[in-house]
Design a protein around this ligand. Structure first.
Ligand code: LLP
Length: 477
């Protein structure tokens, strides 16, 4: 009898613990802690290692269409990554042309016959080679600075496919964009509308405008990259938008032609997109009832990618859901994807410089650092880290860290890998917000960038030199 009681109590105890653990993992946690949670799960099982990369055969990596193991060597398209390190050294960003092309086409074809424009969010990766590739595919661009405008024009982007977003555009940037004859300015406040009107009138031009409206929708992503809540700095408050659309007529040198929103980045569910879209559509109906003509609806970017175990909707399902909400309306549809076009088309190649065993932890000190890829340090973001060559050595749990003098300088925690000095590692999903957020902290020159196309490796950005870093500095006379 006592035995039965003890067993029942034991069972109840473990059920309670289990329920509590699930609660802690998935309820009441903001997205930031969820990211951390995912990161700590990594030590147990990896989404990619689920695809059984060991053995001598070809193994495709789920979520990374152009990256696969051939005979235990990680390849980008037909090129083994160790070839790239021999030719271009490490750290090095490596992109796949076919992965970029496939990602763009998936969005574009999903719209089928509907009038649309995919505007790549340049901030995700502003490499001229990537911009040029997208421009040749017919892609438009979402820019947020005069610098990004110059890049897009230099890369052959069509100005009539450029939208200019951003909460703090300067008048010189507006001037450059007006001179280039861009498609549209996404304006975020009445004050900005006033400045744009003034700049346009000085240039004797009419500025085409979309008002970026903040729909107050929870994107359920990391708080730093959530932009569509009323407490965020972005957009015109939903409740004030209609008024500004009507009063906007007083600005003679702007023409309000569109409606825009962007609620955040790395969204892994459709529901917030749908909620924002429906709010925009209700506003659109009210504007049309007031006889205001809205030519396009820009629904922003934000579709997430798989870093670890996320299961974001495909581009096709995402576009289909938006189109279903939009229904019979005839406005042209714009979207501004960044991460989902480039994120899983790139990786950061790095080499193990030192293995350091302490009584407490094992460190692999690699030659890439937080200055090359800041996402782990900044958002506790998880990036899969894979061996470039699979060996049969014994596996240990490593902290993958860089040489920068900060404890926050890590690329991955608690990774189970078989490592030795000189081994190459691939930090996956680094195509978006990797190179574009890199810096020269610790006077570290920025990494080289290459693009693989079949069996060709193209250097698309040379490794920076220290001479280049200090070239613009002056000492006192
Ligand atoms: N449109 C606007 C107005 C944006 O602000 C952004 C991103 C995008 C489009 C593109 O969003 P995407 O499709 O890439 O999610 N550094 C962060 C991400 C910052 C996103 C900023 N805005 C990260 O590494 O996760």
């Amino acid at each position: 009898m006592i035995c039965i009681y003890v067993s029942i109590l034991h069972l109840l105890f473990w059920q309670l613990i289990h329920a509590y653990t699930i609660h802690c993992c998935f309820v009441d946690l903001d997205a930031r802690s969820l990211w951390v949670e995912r990161a700590s799960l990594s030590s147990t099982r990896s989404a990619i290692r689920d695809t059984e990369i060991s053995g001598g055969r070809t193994k495709e990596l789920s979520g990374f269409p152009s990256f696969e193991y051939h005979d235990a060597r990680l390849c980008v398209e037909s090129v083994p990554l160790d070839h790239i390190s021999r030719e271009f050294d490490t750290p090095c960003y490596v992109y796949s042309r076919s992965a970029l092309t496939t990602a763009y086409r998936e969005f574009d074809t999903a719209f089928a016959e509907r009038d649309h424009l995919v505007c790549y969010a340049v901030k995700a990766n502003p490499s001229l080679a990537i911009l040029n590739l997208f421009a040749k595919l017919g892609c438009g661009f979402d820019i947020v600075s005069g610098g990004e405008l110059q890049r897009v024009l230099k890369a052959g982007g069509d100005p009539q496919k450029i939208v200019f977003s951003g909460v703090g555009k300067r008048s010189d940037e507006m001037r450059a964009a007006l001179a280039a004859n861009i498609l549209c300015f996404n304006v975020e406040s009445e004050a900005e509308l006033g400045i744009l009107n003034q700049v346009a009138s000085e240039m004797d031009k009419i500025a085409p405008v979309s008002l970026r409206v903040n729909p107050d929708v929870n994107a359920r992503t990391h708080t730093y990259i959530s932009t569509g809540l009323k407490e965020n700095k972005f957009g015109i408050p939903f409740t004030e938008a209609e008024k500004l659309y009507t009063s906007g007529k007083k600005f003679a040198n702007v023409r309000i032609i569109g409606l825009d929103c962007h609620i955040g980045s790395q969204l892994t569910e459709l529901a917030p997109f749908s909620e924002a879209c429906r709010k925009m559509l209700s506003l659109l109906d009210r504007l049309e009832a007031r006889k205001l003509q809205i030519e396009h609806l820009d629904l922003g970017g934000g579709l997430g990618i798989r870093y670890f175990r996320e299961n974001p909707p495909s581009a096709q399902n995402y576009v289909a859901a938006l189109c279903a909400d939009i229904g019979h309306r005839t406005q042209r549809i714009l979207i501004e994807p960044g991460r989902s076009l480039v994120g899983n088309a790139g990786l950061l190649l790095t080499r193990v410089e030192y293995i350091k065993h302490t009584s407490h932890r094992d460190f692999a000190i690699v030659d890439a650092a937080m200055n090359d890829l800041i996402r782990p340090a900044l958002y506790d973001a998880y990036h899969e880290i894979l061996p470039v060559i699979i060996n049969g050595n014994s596996i240990k749990t490593y902290q993958i860290v860089g040489p920068v003098c900060e404890t926050g300088d890590f690329l991955g925690h608690d990774r189970k890998l078989a490592l030795a000095k000189g081994d190459l590692l691939a930090v996956m999903s680094a195509g978006a917000y990797g190179m574009s957020m890199s810096s020269n902290y610790n006077s570290r020159p920025r990494a080289a960038e290459v693009m693989v196309d079949g069996d060709h490796i193209h250097l698309i950005r040379e490794r920076e030199s220290v001479e280049q870093l200090i070239a613009h500095e002056r000492i006192l006379p």
